[in-house]
Design a protein around this ligand. Structure first.
Ligand code: NDP
Ligand code: 8X3
Length: 251
């Protein structure tokens, strides 16, 4: 049987990077996406030992760029079986009255609108073929709101709603839709959230053992390799040291 094709957004770092490495070794050919071309090239070379791989560099905020990039795929790559909507970040952690409007724009534009642009470009082919699987990376921030998380939480609540809406609307076309909602995962996420302030980023995981990106990647592999009649619709994954957004057992 030929390998399935997965498109992963945000494959240059963290959860997306780890997912690319895991899927490459488990019978997937990959379309890896992100803005940082150097990282995409490096990863493409590394993964070529395990699978066919192609990279697409685009900013998910660029609606025309997303569409043009997906349309530019060679015909043998256009049949995307699995879409992993992973690209996203938090920008800032401030009370709502002190928040930066630029940060708010970034989170809504990337986490919500970007996810929609990529989905729109890929879903039509899945509908035509009456098959496919969309995995949306949400967050515990899409299930709970925590102090100072305001707009990031709103963006991930939107992902949660979009995930449920997609599953309802695409059910008639035989397309699976899954949401994976992690708690604290140690990636570049906190460096982005705190704009390169390493001390603040490190404090996020201080005195506790966070999830590693591989933990989420292995879960994604499990989800996308279930039998045809099984769809895992919605998962929350915490580190053992975490019970909710705000309850974390730190030593
Ligand atoms: P990282 O910062 O390590 O990775 C983020 C990825 O998103 C990068 O590959 C980055 O690529 C890509 N990305 C960001 N902005 C854009 C953009 N405008 N256009 C295209 N790609 C973009 O963070 P994580 O791996 O932790 O985050 C992945 C997902 O997991 C996000 O959706 C995040 O919200 C979610 N998540 C993370 C948790 C955590 O604790 N780490 C917990 C719960 C959910 P590039 O910069 O090259 O474009
Ligand atoms: C990332 C996890 O708790 O920082 O989505 O929002 S959290």
């Amino acid at each position: 049987m030929s390998k399935r094709i997965a498109l992963i957004t945000g494959a240059t770092s963290g959860i997306g990077l780890s997912t690319a490495k895991v899927l490459a070794k488990n019978d997937f050919n990959l379309i890896i996406c992100g803005r940082r071309k150097d990282r995409l090239q490096e990863l493409e070379q590394e993964l070529a030992a395990f699978c066919d791989v192609i990279s697409l560099s685009f900013d998910v905020r660029d609606r025309a760029g997303v569409e043009a990039s997906v349309n530019s795929l060679p015909s043998s790559w256009k049949q995307i079986d699995v879409l992993i909507n992973n690209a996203g970040n938090a920008h800032g952690l401030s009370p709502i009255d002190q928040g930066s409007i630029d940060d708010w724009d970034a989170m809504i534009d990337i986490n919500v609108k970007g996810l929609l642009y990529v989905s729109k470009a890929v879903i039509s082919g899945m509908v035509e073929r009456k098959s496919g699987h969309i995995v949306n990376i949400g967050s515990i921030a899409g299930k709970e709101v925590y102090p100072n998380g305001n707009v990031y939480c709103a963006s991930k609540h939107a992902v949660d709603a979009i995930n449920n809406g997609m599953r309802m609307d695409l059910n008639q076309h035989g397309i699976k839709v899954t949401s994976i909602n992690p708690g604290l995962v140690e990636t570049e996420f906190s460096m982005v959230r705190f704009k390169g302030d390493k001390e603040k980023a490190d404090n996020t995981y201080k005195g506790m053992t966070p999830l590693m990106p591989e933990d989420i990647a292995e879960t994604i592999l499990f989800v996308v390799t279930r039998p045809a009649h099984v769809n895992i619709s919605d998962l929350i994954i915490f580190p053992t040291d975490q019970a909710s957004s705000t309850i974390v057992n730190r030593s």
